[in-house]
Design a protein. Sequence first.
Length: 118
Amino acid sequence: QVQLVESGGGLVQPGGSLRLSCVGSNLSFSLYDMSWYRQAPGKERESIARISSTGGITNYFDSVKGRFTITRANAKHTVYLQMNSLNPEDTAVYYCNAHWAVANLNFWGKGTQVTVSS
């Protein structure tokens, strides 16, 4: 059974930083594009960062450009999201997603809560 497990969330003050991690198991991790999504209370889930299977291509949602960085370590089956200059609007549950378009496979983690508050 494929599993994606996020960690690293928590409570942080405005202007602070957090690093999220997502570890994948029981999948050919290096074949999947990996993404981070978030869902704030009362809002739809939105894609905020994506990294290609080899790590050569990254894309970011406009509101996080310049503040968040997505990276991956295929040997560790892990994708990271470094989040800097956090503000209260970043408060949400953050989800990891694995997508392999050729095989039409898509998996989600259960999420980790990030709260930005003073």
